[in-house]
Write a protein that binds this ligand. Sequence first.
Ligand code: NDP
Length: 348
Amino acid sequence: MQQVVLAARPIGEPKLSDFRLESRPMPTPGPGQLLIRTVWLSLDPYMRGRMDEGKSYAAAVAIGMPMEGGCVGEVITSNNPLFAVGDFVENRFGWRSHTLSDGKGVRKLDADIAPLSTAIGVLGMPGFTAYIGLHTHGMPQKGETIVVGAATGAVGSLVGQLAKIQGLRTVGVAGGKEKCDYALKVLGFDACLDHRSTADAAALSSKIGAECPNGVDIYFENTGGKTFDAVLPLINVHGRIPLCGMISLYNSGAPPAEPADRFSNFPKVWRTLLVNRINVRGFIITDHYDQFPKFIDDVAPLIQKGKILYKESITIGLEKAPQAFIQLLRGENFGKQLVSVSEDPTRY
Ligand code: NDP
């Protein structure tokens, strides 16, 4: 079997040499265990945080250990009565071609409900993040305006579509004309602004403001940086910010040690939040899994009816995962980033 391990902690943007592909003997399942062949591996922005040491909501990956990651796999040996050979399953098996599991926390999948890859995409962790972030933390009301960062990505694309179904005006921010066109023509956003071709936050703010004649009620924060600076002045009194992620900062390493540098913009931001009574809700999706069945019940039928669309960016081969991950952090992926680790027999 093969696995990709963390070879070194990156400084700034990860390099290929921060990862190492290793070959290991195929593991043999013991009593109660399963041997699983990985079919799909999900690449997600949070993995950058796992490469760094330091306090966070989850432990860092140790040097020499396989990178973490959500996967879809097929059971190829089972010593566990709850699973049969040929079952398709989902869990955090990591950047590995094969893995052993005791079955705890492993979710069985039904390829008749939706393609298997969606279990780590629109019907998996990223989709669930969009659903919880929008409904629980965004508290949307019909007729309001939402701005969504990384609007064509795994999370942002579902936020925009769910908000549109609920009757909101949806304004996306994405990188490049192709992504903005897709947001408008396929995902149904009312407007989409290109942050990469816009010189600075002030210019981006003017463009977003022009598309939000009634101001911004919800800013779905996926990126931080220029997009945050552009949207903050536009947020209405009693607006909400589901604080989901800040991908523009993930490669920047640890914050400066000096409080003066670290918080130079802080008084201005803090004051804006206060005077506008803006509700900022940081959330981590793992706190919400009690609502996962309801998410599937609500969103799977919308996908089956074609009312929710999704896009995948597929890289073939586990050995290519590091390069694909580096590209994701640069915004070069277009849609949910997957690695095809081995053949998906249900896919044509
Ligand atoms: P995406 O599939 O959207 O991929 C990342 C995208 O981020 C890129 O395609 C790019 O889109 C954008 N991006 C990259 N660099 C920058 C930058 N410097 N400035 C602005 N945008 C940038 O990722 P996901 O949809 O999976 O994740 C979106 C966010 O949600 C991330 O911040 C992630 O960490 C967060 N998240 C949080 C969770 C939680 O529990 N709180 C759970 C899951 C995700 P573009 O080219 O359009 O700029």
